[in-house]
Design a protein around this ligand. Structure first.
Ligand code: ZN
Length: 356
């Protein structure tokens, strides 16, 4: 069996196991899943193993509800979706984190305790930029609430002169293309209750799918590069601009691996921005290669999530690389606050430590 057919066999096999375990999954809450239908919107929320479908006006508030914790509920409204720019001027302040992976409550607490939002989920970070370096999906139980909170905040941030950057990671790409190896069985069970399949709920016809497809693989803010995994030396040598990388990645979102062009396959693969681990694992990228990558893209620092290390959040390669990932599923959640050249790590309880 070739490597690629082995990959597809294992994906199919694991997706099948996921289908079986979903038969027994309890769905306390999931959604809302939203589709625009001419002048109206169709909103589906699953609560206590029941799918409730509502038809609302486009301007109506949409509720995100928690069956066992109604105190976490919030509302948001739809807004236009635009393909995100690749480059941004250096802002007054940045708050960066990665790999939320459905851990909604910790994410919410991190933002509240560090004054990015207030207790009613309003953006309070003013003209600051918040950057999420990928992996919204998989593992945790509250993927949709985390995404709709980001969706809500991106509109509010803009109105205050701030910005919310959501950059995609390997788990986001995997979900869109049907590789569901790390997905909680709850989501398959939920789709069955709704009377659809999981993948259709992430298609470009849905609000969620359209929003995901507007996001980039890499963004440059001032002289810092933000992405999920890393820019490999092989990618830097391709001679592509950041814009070209983003537009090629965007073409690959939602496609199965076998239908990708050679170029798309490279970007979605282990040497691409969603998967590369060479900054932290063997075979390790040389520091001179990091210098070349920075020079290629005229940047001074690369900030990435994806790989959990003991010393994350931390500096690597003489501060040229910042690792942002932490083990959220073990209750650790931190973000990095950047102002001028100061980098401070903030934990979900609001404690902070300057990185040197
Ligand atoms: Zn990842």
């Amino acid at each position: 069996m070739s490597l690629s057919s082995k990959f597809f066999f294992s994906v199919t096999y694991l997706n099948c196991c996921l289908g079986l375990s979903s038969l027994f999954a309890q769905v306390n809450q999931d959604g809302p899943y939203i589709q625009r239908k001419e002048q109206n919107i169709e909103v589906v929320q699953v609560t206590n193993n029941q799918a409730i479908i509502k038809t609302l006006k486009e301007s109506d508030p949409i509720e995100v509800s928690f069956y066992h914790k109604p105190e976490l509920n919030f509302k948001f409204k739809l807004h236009p979706i635009q393909v995100q720019p690749t480059e941004f001027k250096v802002p007054d302040k940045i708050f960066a984190l990665s790999d939320i992976e459905g851990e909604f409550e910790d994410f919410r607490n991190l933002l509240i305790n560090n004054k990015i939002i207030d207790k009613d989920y309003n953006w309070t970070f003013g003209n600051g930029h918040m950057v999420i370096c990928g992996d919204l999906f998989d593992r945790g139980e509250d993927v949709l609430p985390s995404i709709w909170l980001l969706y809500k905040l991106e509109e509010e941030a803009k109105k205050q002169g701030g910005y919310l950057h959501v950059i995609l990671g390997n788990h986001d790409i995997m979900n869109m293309s049907g590789d569901l190896r790390y997905l909680s069985p709850k989501y398959i069970a939920s789709a069955k209750l709704i009377g659809t399949d999981y993948l259709s709920q992430l298609s470009e016809k849905t609000e969620l799918g359209a929003w995901l497809r507007s996001k980039n693989a890499i963004e440059k803010i001032g002289d810092r590069l933000f992405l999920h995994a890393g820019i490999s030396p092989a990618l830097a040598k391709k001679g592509k601009s950041l814009d070209e990388i983003n537009s090629t990645c965007r073409k690959a979102y939602g496609k199965s691996r076998e239908s990708l062009s050679e170029e798309e396959n490279f970007l979605i693969g282990s040497m691409g921005p969603f998967w590369y681990r060479g900054y932290f694992m063997q075979p390790q990228t040389e520091e001179t290669a990091i210098d070349d990558i920075l020079k290629t893209f005229n940047a001074k620092q690369i900030l990435v999530g994806h790989t959990i290390l003991e010393s994350n959040i931390g500096f690597y390669y003489n501060k040229k690389v910042v690792g942002l990932d932490v083990n959220h599923h073990r209750g650790v959640l931190s973000g990095m606050f950047i102002k001028d050249n100061k980098c401070i790590v903030f934990d979900k309880d609001g404690t902070s430590k300057e990185l040197n």
